[in-house]
Design a protein around this ligand. Structure first.
Ligand SMILES: [Zn+2]
Length: 124
């Protein structure tokens, strides 16, 4: 996705990182990520934006994260509204339900574990 990377602003990089964290928590807690595969990030800028660390995700969650990242990068709004308040439903059917489940689960997980700093960036 080199072309849409031109839209990678600092704000979007932050949002991408939150998205990644949420999918990662969800996968780790629900899908035994240890037996998964490293999430492939070929683009170095994107890798850096996401913290530069290797990320283990199961196949399904990798696909979901890929989809979400592409949508985030392509989001035409600036500043991006919270997804749940947005009238443009850019996620493909199926992915949309899944990402909502991920956000709900990981949001609760973070609250339970006192990670309010991450919740502050809870944008979805
Ligand atoms: Zn998973």
């Amino acid at each position: 996705m080199p072309k849409i990377l031109e839209r990678l602003t600092e704000k979007k990089a932050r949002d991408l990182k939150v998205l990644k964290d949420f999918v990662h928590i969800f996968c780790r807690q629900n899908h035994r990520t240890e037996s998964g595969e490293p999430f492939a990030l070929k683009d170095e800028r994107l890798r850096q934006a996401l913290g530069g660390k290797e990320l283990m995700l199961c196949h399904e969650c990798s696909r979901l994260l890929n989809h979400g990242m592409a949508k985030l990068l392509l989001c035409p709004y600036d500043p991006k509204p919270m997804c749940k308040k947005c009238t443009t439903h850019c996620y493909a059917p199926g992915y949309r339900e899944r990402i909502r489940e991920v956000m709900r689960f990981s949001g609760l997980y973070l609250i339970k574990h006192g990670r309010l700093d991450l919740i502050m960036h809870y944008l979805f």
